[in-house]
Structure formats: C-alpha cells, structure tokens
Design a binder for this molecule. Structure first.
Ligand code: XIL
Length: 409
C-alpha cells in the first residue's frame, strides 16, 4: 500500500474525526484531544480524503517455506502475536511446537469463560451464598502456558453468553426469581475476585490482559448498550463500570483491562465504544479496547483505519485485535491469494499506525490455530478457511503476506 496515499488518507481522516469527536465531546469532556495536528508530511489535515489504493496483484506463495520463520519474532518490535487455543492443543506436544514457534500469547477459546469456571453445586452449598469457582482446568492451562513461556489473555469475565443462567437467580435456581441488583453486584464482585485472585496468587505474571466485559454494545441502529444481557437486566447499564472497578481492585498490578466487542468498524458501534471506553479510561479502570475482528472477505481495511483513529483519540489507550479471523468458504488458490492480500493490507495498516504513533497497538490474536479447528465452520454453517494454517498446520498464503507486510510498511 503506497505510503503517500495512506498519509493523504490520514490527513482527511484526522479532520473527519476531529469533527466527530468535537461534536461528541460538546458536553465538556476535556480528556478528549480534539486539537488540530499537522499531517506527517506537513500537509494540512483539511486535505480531502483520497481513495485507498487497490490491493497488490496476487503473489505466488507456493514455493515459500515457513519452517524457519516466526511471526512472533518478526513482529516482536511492534506487538505480540497470539492465538486462541483449547487445552487439548496445549497437551499435544506437536501442536504445542506449532503454537510456540509463531505465537507468544494464548487466549483460551472457551475454558476461562464463566460457563466453564463457575461451579453450580459448590455455589448452592456455599454458606455465604456467593458463587464458587472450579479452578482445576484453569490451573492446568496456566501451568502449561507458564512452562512453555507463553503469556495469556484472560477471556472473559462478564458476558451475556456462555454464562450460566442460574447465576442470576435466587439460590442459583432458575425456577425461582431473579435476584436484586445489590445481590447481583455482590455476586459479580465475588466471581471477579475469585478468578483474578487465583490468577494472581497461583500464576503471577501469566495473564497479562483480561477481557473484563465482552460484547456490551447493541447491534441495533444507533448502537448503545446491549439490553438483552442478564447483567444489564438485573444490574442496569452501570454493570460495566462495576465490572471494571472490581477487576481493577483484584487484578494483579500491571494486568491490562479490556472492553471487547465485535463489529467495531461500523459507525454506531464504533461511536458507542468510544463513549464507553473514554469514560472508563479517564477513571483509570480500563486500559484498552479489544476489537474482536471477526471479518469476512468483504473486509474494508479503510473502515478498520477509521476505528483505529477514533479509538486512538483516547490518548494512551491500548488497542488490540483480540479474535482475528477472515471467513472464507473457498479453499482455492485464487481465494487464498485474495485472503492473503486482505491480511497483508490489514497488517500493513496496523504496523503503519503503531510505528508512527497514531495508535498504540499492543497485541493481535488469531481466533484459532488452523482451518480445521475454526469456530466459524459451526458458526457460519459452512466450511470456513479463515486462519493462518491449513488442516495440516502448513502455512497458508496469508501467513506469508503478514510476514511480508513488515517489508512493505
Ligand atoms: C466462540 C468459540 O470460538 C466457540 O468455540 C464457542 O462455541 C462460542 O464462542 N466472540 C467471542 C468469543 O468473544 O468468545 C467467541 O468464541 C466468538 C465470538
């Protein structure tokens, strides 16, 4: 992607964002930086937006060999590269070798979600009436990560999905009434306290980031809060603020706390995320925005750029791509080359933003190791080929395109 054209785009983008952010902060939010800046090449930001260039012609990757390459090493100067895994993959030494060659962080795809950690029987029996957790699996996973020198992103504490219904009911019994707000806040605090205290005391230094609140923003036009979450229903919209307050209180010092969501390249969700994150960041209880980044072949990299620019207006905020994949139902050479171009362009953008200080990108995690194990095949109800490696853990064209982005940017 030609740098000059990108600079011109940035010039226009800054102007547009200054306008949007300026309007949105008219209520007197003086933490938001709205001052005008010169473009890197000295051109004024009033420059009209120039269309992004078309992508490079398809490159033939067929004779490339990834065995001596390592994405985590290649990107170490910029940001860690991570991957979502399941414990069986960590237990398998061949798979573990594949993981540790290219990735320095892992996220458990499911096993650190409330559904997997909360212990129903123990919660019912608890004398203080507070939720109890089962730590065996988490302990095992964290030990394996520790032994392999991998850091972890914790995923996730407060979410409407993969969280047992019983958590929200009296006596943890769904045939009874929902509990009141105060009880639910106590349960939330206790859950967060138990999970984070376990991590801090048993495996200090392993979990470096937590997705504290996941998918809190509505998909409806206009964005706003997701109102069909039991957390929202029982506590109200300040459940997010409480979750971050408790997470900060109990997390190990230095653990970065994220709000995480999908669809953040759309205008409404992007703006809602900006509003929520800027308030929490200002109060010191949030460190970053996680952009899940579940894309498909229609990905428009310019839209990612707009979001990165907007979020980076919150000065000092971390931005991570936390669940990256590009859904693609075609395993032909042509489709894989197109997918490689998209991945390459996306990483050129990330590098460009990070290198030039336009955004503090502090991590990129792929949502799965290889095409055989992707969640998308189930979720999309069609076979998907979204990831860096094929079913035999052979590097796909997109792997090399991401590698080559380092030369281009
Ligand atoms: C998905 C997992 O990949 C699946 O295995 C599981 O069945 C459902 O959840 N957003 C998130 C992730 O934050 O936790 C989801 O993970 C994918 C969408």
């Amino acid at each position: 992607m030609a740098k000059k054209i990108r600079i011109l785009c940035i010039v226009g983008m800054l102007a547009a964002l200054a306008l949007v952010v300026g309007c949105k902060s008219s209520g007197g939010d003086d933490n938001v930086q709205t001052e005008t800046t010169d473009a890197p090449d000295g051109e004024r930001k009033q420059q009209p937006v120039t269309p992004m260039p078309t992508t490079d012609p398809a490159i033939d990757y067929s004779d490339r060999d990834a065995s001596d390459m390592s994405l985590k090493d290649a990107y170490s100067e910029y940001f860690p590269i991570g991957v979502a895994v399941n414990s069986w993959q960590l237990e398998d030494s061949t798979t573990m070798d594949v993981i540790t060659k290219d990735f320095s962080t892992i996220t458990t795809e499911n096993e650190m979600k409330p559904d997997y950690i909360l212990d129903h029987d123990a919660s019912i029996k608890a004398e203080d009436g507070m939720p109890e957790i089962a730590t065996d699996k988490m302990d095992e996973i964290m030990s394996m990560a520790e032994d392999a020198g991998l850091k972890m992103r914790g995923h996730t504490l407060v979410w409407h999905s993969q969280t047992p219904d019983w958590l929200f009911y009296e006596d943890y019994d769904i045939s009874k009434e929902r509990v009141d707000r105060d009880t639910m806040l106590k349960r939330m605090e206790e859950y967060i306290k138990k999970v984070l205290t376990f991590c801090k005391e048993e495996h200090p230094g392993v979990v470096v980031a937590w997705d504290v609140v996941n998918e809190a923003i509505s998909d409806n036009q206009g964005g706003g809060y997701r109102t069909d979450s039991p957390w929202y229903e029982v506590i109200g919209e300040d459940y997010i603020e409480y979750a971050f307050t408790y997470a900060r209180k109990y997390a190990e010092e230095g653990t970065k706390l994220f709000i995480n969501d999908y669809g953040l390249n759309g205008k409404d969700k992007r703006e809602t995320m900006y509003d929520i994150a800027s308030g929490l960041f200002e109060r010191g209880i949030l460190d970053g925005i996680g952009m899940q980044s579940h894309h498909d072949m229609g990905l428009v990299v310019d839209d990612v750029e707009t979001s990165l620019f907007m979020f980076a207006q919150i000065k000092g905020i971390n931005i991570q791509l936390t669940e990256l994949d590009i859904h693609n139902n075609d395993n032909s050479d042509t489709a894989l080359a197109e997918q490689a171009e998209l991945y390459g362009n996306l990483f050129e953008l990330l590098l460009y933003m990070d290198k030039n200080g336009y955004a503090d990108i502090t991590g990129v995690t792929f949502w799965g190791l290889n095409d055989e194990n992707t969640w998308l095949t189930g979720h999309r109800k069609e076979t998907s080929y979204p990831l860096l490696f094929d079913k035999d853990n052979k590097a796909k064209p997109c792997y090399f395109a991401i590698y080559d982005a380092l030369k281009e940017s």
